[in-house]
Write a protein that binds this ligand. Sequence first.
Ligand code: SAM
Length: 203
Amino acid sequence: MNNKREHWENIYTSKKSDEMSWTQNHPTKSLAFIQKANISKDSAIIDIGGGESQLVDHLLKLGYKDLTVLDISEQALLRAQERLGKKAKNVNWICSDITEFKPDKKYILWHDRAVFHFLKQDEIMKYLEITSNYVTKNLIISTFSKEGPMKCSGLSIQQYNAEDLAILIHPEYHLLVSESELHTTPFNTNQAFMYCLFEKAMN
Ligand SMILES: C[S@@+](CC[C@H](N)C(=O)[O-])C[C@H]1O[C@@H](n2cnc3c(N)ncnc32)[C@H](O)[C@@H]1O
């Protein structure tokens, strides 16, 4: 097991969801950004580092039919599957480090909340190579903002604002909209996030 995987498996075997700072009762901003992308209900959507997020439950309820959740932690995926019960079979589950992901199909929309900010320079290059080859329309990336914490789950992160992220991702994708969000953790502290919606540039 590599260190990253071990870290996340430990988290998901030792903590309840209300002991994880990133837990949301309702992923309001992510859902709003997915609606802004204006894609059809049969579009392939992937949630990167979805963990135990309930985003997938809401997308199923809204009628999205081609959903994939990827996470480095097998335990996180098992917990999400258990929560969904029978509905879990309507979702594709992939256990992989995102930087080693070898997709077997293209995705119309890629959603990432609180994973990109962990990546180091060489990992960012690998990540963007994957999005460049396998994301045909929209990228939604959410990270801690410049007003946010310096660590997430005890790991150092990189803070971003929309301009930083747009520079990294341009010219492949254009920034359509960005918004900030003050997330209230289950233990009533605040974390400043920012969300960006990008669209693939036409060639
Ligand atoms: C801060 S949590 C966010 C979870 C979820 N996106 C949410 O918003 O509730 C980060 C998640 O990304 C996963 N993760 C961390 N590094 C990863 C990597 N390199 N590849 C895939 N998943 C990763 C973790 O297991 C964890 O579930």
